[in-house]
Design a binder for this molecule. Structure first.
Ligand code: BES
Ligand code: ZN
Length: 880
């Protein structure tokens, strides 16, 4: 492993490829002891490249080169140079065929990049740079080729052989082997290549496109999962229909395949015509998947499907442009989810993730722009900034242009760039050209890191009836970036009168037909807006629906927040007002004397939410969730985690004690009264019930305990069963906790996806997930270091969700994490690097914690032979 000073890659060094590959002919011989890969590349010099005498440079990683021939003539050792990670052939003609044979060992591949084995099947993961672990190739997304792939394997062990495109040939071979040949008619970058070989069952479905073509939909899973495919296939059909209706995008091949694999670094992958999924992101049954899992599956199936246009047909020029496909596709999948369920709830969930995790990333040592300008290891750049902030940037374009012009822009983008590898700038230009708007300042969102801060002040001139609003924007410094320019920000707002009625927003005296909501545009460091014709001082409803990814400061009074919580016509802002109020109340109790009063109006407001059944129950279910510890830490200057934890617990318990009877009534009112279904209302009711249960158990309520035990036993779905389990696990009823955990494991021990949930309920619990218990989980027979989901379920959940247990003042939690990172770094560097994340935030914490976090990072830094992945994260975290 390259441990000394890995190289930094710069966007400014981008050069078009010197050679293009038009066609790739692959033949895989798969065996138990390894695989032989025969590749024939049809190569020509790139007419766009001015690097005329350039050698042919192919990437390769851990490959054994068996043979190499140019136009059929074997090359001698002095005609090429094998540099370990590159194969260089100095002297090549204008056009030629290169034949390469490599030997690889998928059975020993624990990094899960390239070709590897997962529970007995062969599968691939090539994004971002995994194809170079399969064969020598120019592994960069601007080299697009047509692929033909022949797979040969033992027929009985691997009856199913899959790759991209259409199957054009199949047959038997000697020694009980067989082959299938696939051809993909669309040129694609090698990161979209995929291969699967295994003993899988096939579930079929079909979809008729709006132009009348019938698409074969096929899902492949291990036989034991045959009854968990319906939801993914239904989600896929909904996504296909939606993309036709909303974006005018139709599917282009005759077959669309989905495969589920247990060992997978990410959630899922959009390989052309052959999407590969982490089992936990695609398999579902009523008995094994929670509502959240059902929704996640629908979103991920859609996301990967949407990539067929935003990513595959139009792809990225280089990996600095990653957000071109990921940000846009996350925006598309979030619009889809909003349309399939409750749009307000979806927005709340997206913003919660953004504000809790992306804002933290943007304020820390790993902060980078949506289009980074350098990286060491690209796998580290599949970040919340690229994904979530990238999606917010596209959403802002949607806000600025409106739905019609935005659609015109996306049509132009897809038509103009079909079959090309392009940049985020090409995307913005298409939006610009279609709308006629100047987006030059808007482009700064791709270049400047850090979360803008908006500070709003207001005053009311009663004599003139004018309400004046001043909005100032500032941009924090981030690593390598200071003195930033102001952003172009869409700022949605409304004004309410004292009865909660929306007021017309008259920007001038004579503005008669004024709307009650406006999308203002901020482009300067400070703006002042005047609203005319007002009889009283209004209450402002600012940044509606979170119209831009910014921090918003306004001196709300608790009175105003209570008012907005019940009156704002914007559902998102109603929720946001509640969150701001709860944050204010909790913050005022951090480190305060024990007898400090909890704001009584918070109790009144929550009582109203719990009892008024006429309110939108999906919104209420969200409003009842107190701000998370992670969010409170993000908002703090020098976070004292135990103090934050205690203050939050105090508020939760105070609410539960004050509203005890209402919670029991709420629980009973929301009892399941009909067959299980996944409508937003049914999901909201389960959420309300489980919140009520959790709160009752937090105060050791005996009736709550009985309800939880009964629900755990009688539940007909996983949401309720695990909701009851979680409530019991987080309670003081130790016997009930242990019994429930044991019986749950007994029941589901053969289902890896449920066992993962069982691990994470414990690892995230401050009762069941203290360090000694976490160590015990790591030695549990069902734990497996080779399976990323298990590692995430225990180590990731402990460090990322069980914050009071992780942040021990003696640093034991940090040392534990450092130990696990070092251990994983040798087998799976991508997962190891991701696990470091909680430590990268070390500067956020109170001094005693901070120093010990830094010490843990230094311990990782000093490990011999550190991977490039962990090297980058640790060194950048310690820098500055
Ligand atoms: N292209 C990614 C998967 C990927 C990421 C592969 C990084 C290799 C390296 C895929 O489209 C994706 O974004 N998946 C997400 C889920 C999605 C719903 C945001 C994931 O895997 O978490
Ligand atoms: Zn994606």
């Amino acid at each position: 492993m390259r441990s000394n000073q890995p190289q930094t890659i710069y966007l400014s060094d981008y050069k078009v490829p010197a050679y293009l590959v038009d066609h790739v002919d692959l033949r895989f011989e798969l065996f138990e002891h390894g695989a032989r890969v025969h590749s024939i590349l049809t190569v020509r010099r790139n007419p766009q490249s001015d690097d005329v005498g350039a050698p042919l440079v192919l990437d390769g990683d851990r490959l054994v080169l068996e043979s190499l021939a140019l136009n059929g003539t074997p090359l001698d050792g002095d005609q090429y140079e094998d540099r370990g990670d590159q194969l260089v052939i100095a002297d090549v003609p204008e056009q030629f065929q290169l034949s390469v044979v490599t030997w690889i060992e998928p059975q020993n591949n624990t990094r899960l990049e390239g070709l590897y084995k997962s529970s007995g099947m062969f599968c691939t993961q090539c994004e971002a740079e995994g194809f170079r672990c399969i064969t020598f190739f120019p592994d960069r997304p601007d080299v697009m080729a047509r692929f033909r792939t022949r797979i040969e394997a033992d027929r009985s062990a691997y009856p199913v052989l899959l790759s991209n495109g259409n199957d054009i040939d199949r047959g038997d071979l000697p020694d009980g082997r067989h082959f299938v040949t696939w051809e993909d008619p669309f040129p694609k970058p090698c990161y979209l290549f995929a291969l699967v070989a295994g003993d899988l069952v096939e579930k079929r479905d079909s979809f008729r496109t709006r132009s009348g073509r019938d698409i074969d939909l096929r899902m492949y899973v291990e036989p034991r999962n045959a009854d968990k495919c319906a939801h993914a296939l239904d989600s896929l059909k909904r996504a296909m229909r939606w993309d036709e209706e909303v974006y005018g995008r139709e599917y282009d091949l005759d077959i669309f395949m989905i495969v589920a694999v247990d060992d997978f670094n990410m959630g899922a992958m959009e390989n052309k015509g052959l999407n590969i999924f982490n089992s936990s992101c695609v398999l579902a049954s009523q008995d094994t998947a929670t509502d959240a899992a059902y929704q996640r599956i629908e979103a991920i199936v859609a996301h990967e499907y949407f990539h067929n246009w935003s990513g595959n047909r139009v792809t990225c020029r280089d990996w600095f442009q990653l957000s071109l496909k990921e940000g846009f596709t996350v925006f598309r999948d979030s619009q889809f989810s909003a349309d399939m369920g409750s749009a307000t709830v979806k927005r709340i969930e997206d913003v919660t993730l953004l504000r809790t995790a992306q804002f933290a990333e943007d304020a820390g040592p790993m902060a980078h722009p949506v289009r980074p300008s350098s990286y060491i290891e690209i796998s580290n750049f599949y970040t919340l900034t690229i994904y979530e902030k990238g999606a917010e940037v596209v959403r802002m374009l949607h806000n600025l242009l409106g739905p019609e012009l935005f659609r015109k822009g996306s049509d132009l983008y897809f038509e103009r760039h079909d079959g090309q590898a392009v940049t985020t700038d090409d995307f913005v230009r298409a939006m610009e050209d279609a709308s006629g708007r100047d987006l030059s300042q808007f482009r700064l969102w791709y270049e400047q890191a850090g979360t803008p801060v908006l500070t709003v002040r207001d005053e009311f001139d009663a004599d003139r009836g004018v309400y004046r609003l001043t909005v100032e924007q500032t941009l924090p410094d981030t690593p390598g970036q200071t003195d930033k320019k102001p952003h172009h920000i869409p700022f949605a707002l409304g004004l309410l009168d004292r009865r909660g009625q929306p007021l017309p927003l008259r920007l001038a005296d004579d503005d008669t037909e004024a709307p009650t909501e406006r999308m203002l545009e901020l482009t300067e460091r400070a703006h002042t807006f005047e609203f005319h014709g007002l009889a009283e001082c209004p209450v402002p409803s600012l940044l509606r629906n979170f119209s831009a990814p910014v921090r918003l400061n306004y001196p709300w009074t608790r009175e105003q927040l209570l008012f907005l919580m019940s009156h704002d016509p914007d559902g998102f802002n109603r929720w946001d007002a509640g969150q701001r109020l709860a944050v204010d109340v909790i913050q005022s109790l951090v480190g305060a004397p024990r007898d400090t009063q909890v704001e009584p109006r918070l109790v009144t407001a929550y009582r109203h939410l719990i009892c008024d059944a006429s309110l939108d129950q999906a919104l209420v279910a969200k409003m009842l969730q107190l701000p998370s510890e992670a969010y409170l830490i993000e908002l703090a200057d020098e976070a004292d985690v135990p103090a934050i934890h205690q203050a939050r617990e105090r508020v939760l318990k105070h609410l539960a004690i004050s509203l005890r009877d209402e919670l029991v009534a709420c629980y009973r009112r929301n009892a399941q009264d009909s067959a299980y279904d996944l409508s937003p209302l049914a999901i909201a009711r389960r959420s309300l019930r489980n919140t009520a249960l959790a709160w009752l158990l937090a105060i050791n309520d005996e009736e709550g305990r009985a309800l939880a035990v009964r629900q755990f036993r009688d539940a007909d779905n996983m949401t309720d069963r695990i909701g009851a389990l979680r409530a019991l696990v987080n309670s003081d009823y130790e016997d009930d906790r242990n019994q429930a955990l044991a019986s749950f494991y007994q029941r589901y021990q053969d289902d890896p996806q449920v066992v993962e949930q069982w691990f994470s309920v414990q690892a995230a619990s401050d009762r069941a997930g203290q360090l000694p218990q976490i160590r015990a989980l790591l030695t549990h027979p069902a734990f497996d270091w080779k399976n990323p989901n298990k590692v995430r379920a225990v180590v990731g959940a402990f460090a990322g969700q069980n914050l009071a247990a992780f942040h021990q003042v003696d640093g034991s939690g940090y040392d534990f994490l450092a130990e696990q990172v070092c251990r994983l770094d040798d087998s799976n560097p991508q997962i190891a690097a991701r696990l470091v994340t909680p430590l990268t935030r070390w500067r956020k914490f109170a001094p005693a914690y901070r120093e010990r976090m830094r010490a843990a990072l230094e311990r990782i830094r000093d490990k011999p032979s550190l991977s490039r992945d962990v090297y980058e994260v640790v060194h950048k975290s310690l820098a500055g």
